[in-house]
Structures are given as structure tokens and as C-alpha cells.
Write a protein of this length. Structure first.
Length: 248
């Protein structure tokens, strides 16, 4: 199977079970959201998939291959990426200068055979593509420090895309973004490459219901239920437990 295939995944910290027997698939083109209360185990699940944490039991396959022995950097090179934290942006560099860095890093591993001049041309073409894709043209030559918070998160997303991932995990892309700037994040997610497999972990339900085609509800480390946005919005257990009885 193409994409991620997680079976029976569990994680215990001492006596505390934070992931319990999770089955999860993420295929090219998917737009899934993982929601649930604080402490439900959403970030832990992302960390198990990206290799930050080792599972207590269960399997993780990518394109049919067991990837449990790969560390985080090796999984990134296979194409499994999680958004950079904003702290990894170089605040005194421009947007364009920041975008160059992950591209050069990736090329160090991939295009060693290229002559330097060819590499430069290729790098600048990729930077320009990313700037266009994320509609960052007007901001490209401004320092990251001078951008609005939502715009910084957009740059962070563009940086992750520079790694050319096939699986993208967004852990709270809208966290801390003022409501007036959430549309920047929604637009960026909607413009991601069609064949990318995307998992969005998010508390902002407006964003979740705008971009997800499938929603998984995690409670105390277990999948409570999963389904289409309509089915989840109508689910009595979800309304009671998580959405506070109303969502429209
Ligand atoms: N390294 C760790 N050692 C011990 N317990 C941990 C560790 N990391 C997370 N936990 C616990 O695991 C549980 C799940 O945490 P996790 O961060 O995955 O939740 P979350 O769903 O992402 O929450 P939030 O919505 O607040 O981000 C919490 O009870 C947390 O305290
Ligand atoms: Mg979290």
C-alpha cells in the first residue's frame, strides 16, 4: 500500500497509556484531521509516526515497509515531515533566505552530482515556486521578524514543503494565530499538492471542518470514532465529549 499504515500502535509512559491500539491509514491525497481534548495523545501519535518517540507496541509501515527502526531524520528523507516549529525560523533573515536553507539541505543529500552553478539555479527556481505556491510574493524580501504571526506560520509551512514530503503532519498549524489571520492557514492547506497525504492536528474546529475530509476523534489515547465531517458533527458521543453539544 502507498502511504502510511499504522496498526495496533500503543505508547506507555510508565503506567500511563497515551496511545492505545491505534489503527490508522494515510494515503496520497488524504486530508485527515485528528482532534480530541488536551492530553488525548494527539502529539504523541504524531511523534510516534515521525520517529521522535518509539512505540511500546504496534507497527508503522510506509509504502509497505516497516519504518520503526528509522530515526526522525531518516523518516524525513523518506518523505514523512512534520511542520517546523516557528522557533526554527531565522528571524533576522528574509522569507526567501529562510526558504533556501531546507532546499540546500535536501540537495546535499540528493543532488551531489550537480555542479554548483546548476544547483544554484535549481535552488532559486524552487524558492520561487514555494513563494508562488504560498502567495508570499509581497513578503519574500522582508525579515521574518517583521511579519504577522499568521504569516510566520505560513513561512514555516512553506519551509516544510521545501523538503518535498509525501506525508505532511501539521500539529496545530493555527495555534496562537489570531482569528483574523486563520484564513491564511486555511488557504495554504487548500493549496497543498493534491497527491500529498496530510494529517492535521488542530483545536480550531472552523479550520478542521474547512479542510478535513475525514476526522478522527482521539480520547485518552484511543480512537473514539472517525468519519466524514458531517458524520462527526452529528455524532452524539462527539458532541457530548468534545464539541460541547453544538457545532454548526
Ligand atoms: N515524555 C512524556 N513523558 C510522560 N508523559 C508524557 C510525555 N509526553 C506526553 N505525555 C503525556 O501523554 C499525554 C498525551 O499528551 P499529548 O501531548 O500527546 O496530548 P495532545 O493530545 O497533543 O494534547 P494537546 O491538545 O494539549 O496538545 C498527556 O497526559 C501527557 O502529559
Ligand atoms: Mg499536542
Amino acid at each position: 500500500m502507498q502511504g502510511l499504515e499504522v496498526r495496533g500502535l500503543s505508547k506507555r509512559f510508565g503506567g500511563l497509556t497515551v496511545s492505545e491500539n491505534i489503527d490508522f491509514d494515510l494515503r496520497p491525497g488524504d486530508r485527515k484531521a485528528l482532534i480530541g481534548p488536551n492530553g488525548a495523545g494527539k502529539s504523541t501519535f504524531a511523534n510516534l509516526v515521525t520517529g521522535v518517540l518509539a512505540p511500546s507496541s504496534g507497527t508503522i509501515r510506509f509504502d509497505g515497509q516497516d519504518i520503526r527502526q528509522l530515526n526522525e531524520a531518516q523518516r524525513v528523507r523518506r518523505g514523512i515531515a512534520k511542520t517546523f516549529q516557528i522557533t526554527t525560523l531565522f528571524r533576522d533573515l528574509t522569507v526567501r533566505e529562510n526558504l533556501r536553507l531546507p532546499i540546500l539541505e535536501r540537495q546535499r543529500h540528493g543532488y551531489r552530482f550537480l555542479r554548483r552553478a546548476d544547483g544554484d539555479v535549481r535552488t532559486e527556481a524552487e524558492v520561487t515556486d514555494l513563494i508562488d505556491q504560498f502567495a508570499l510574493g509581497a513578503l519574500a524580501d522582508r525579515k521574518v521578524a517583521d511579519l504577522a504571526y499568521g504569516q510566520q506560520r505560513l513561512v514555516e509551512l512553506a519551509l516544510t514543503l521545501a523538503l518535498k514530503p509525501r506525508v505532511l503532519i501539521l500539529d496545530e498549524p493555527a495555534a496562537g494565530v489570531p482569528s483574523s489571520e486563520i484564513h491564511l492557514i486555511v488557504d495554504a492547506i487548500e493549496r497543498l499538492p493534491d497527491d500529498l497525504a496530510v494529517l492535521i492536528i488542530e483545536h480550531d474546529m472552523e479550520l478542521v471542518f474547512r479542510v478535513a475530509r475525514q476526522i478522527i476523534v482521539l480520547v485518552q489515547g484511543r480512537i473514539l470514532t472517525e468519519g466524514t465531517p458531517d458524520a462527526i458533527a452529528a455524532d452524539a458521543k462527539v458532541r457530548e465529549l468534545y464539541l460541547g453539544g453544538s457545532h454548526d
